[in-house]
Ligand binder design. Structure first.
Ligand SMILES: Nc1nc2c(c(=O)[nH]1)N[C@H]1C(S)=C(S)[C@@H](COP(=O)(O)O)O[C@H]1N2
Ligand SMILES: [Mo]
Length: 209
């Protein structure tokens, strides 16, 4: 929506109208921000593209691994979605580009997932647990671009997981791979009391929610 300066309605009115128009897109307890806050539990790691790789692992087995240049040859998919941080900001219509988990599975020759859960792991030691089902059917990306530009290091560049239908802590920045795990177990924030699943529409912020 654009605001016309010659419009007879005041900006305040237009502002409320805009908020109301998006109300059904805002999960309970969230507010919309136009900014893109940076939330990191530690310093931003800087891995060169030459050193970077992305792997699918199962126990000690490496099912597949791609270098940065190999990763670029995989089918690239665009995803526009609303994101929701557990600290209560939501950002609408964020635009990402990268490789879907479906594409990774196909490229790895995986016809079925070896387990029902994965642990995403990242440079700097961050981890987060996810059901494999939540990563399939183009609902998740390993994103290398935001707003048509290479992903900024502070926001997870060179590559981050994006799973917009779950609270944004599940979208691991600086992601380097997925490890298939036989049983669900907590990652970094989940061990510190965050919810194991994190559905923003059910306000699954903390364990017990
Ligand atoms: N590796 C890593 N990934 C992370 C985090 C982190 O601290 N380290 N923070 C998470 C949290 S709590 C949120 S809200 C989002 C923030 O992403 P942003 O900094 O791009 O807004 O990244 C998630 N992914
Ligand atoms: Mo967060």
């Amino acid at each position: 929506m654009s605001v016309d300066d010659t419009s007879p309605v005041s900006r305040g009115f237009v502002g409320r109208g805009r908020a109301t128009a998006h109300a059904e897109r805002i999960p309970p307890g969230q507010h919309v921000t136009g900014d893109f806050p940076v939330l990191s539990a530690g310093p931003t790691p800087h891995t060169s593209l030459e050193q970077w790789s992305f792997a699918l692992r199962h126990g000690t087995e490496r099912i597949a691994e791609w270098s940065w240049s190999q990763f670029q040859t995989l089918k690239q998919t665009r995803l526009t979605a609303d994101i929701h941080c557990v600290t209560k900001w939501s950002k609408l219509d964020t635009r990402w580009e990268g490789v879907t988990i479906d594409t990774l599975f196909e490229a790895a020759g995986l016809v079925a997932s070896p387990t029902s859960y994965v642990m995403a792991y990242a440079d700097g030691g961050y981890t987060t647990n996810l059901p494999v089902a939540d990563l399939m059917n183009s609902r998740a990306l390993i994103a290398t671009k935001f707003d048509h530009s290479p992903l900024a290091p502070a926001h997870g560049g060179p590559a981050r997981l994006v799973v917009p239908h779950l609270y944004f802590w599940k979208s691991a920045k600086w992601v380097r791979g997925l490890t298939f795990i036989a049983e669900d177990k907590p990652g970094f924030w989940e061990s510190l009391g965050y919810h194991m699943y994190g559905d923003p529409w059910k306000e699954q912020r903390y364990s017990g929610d």
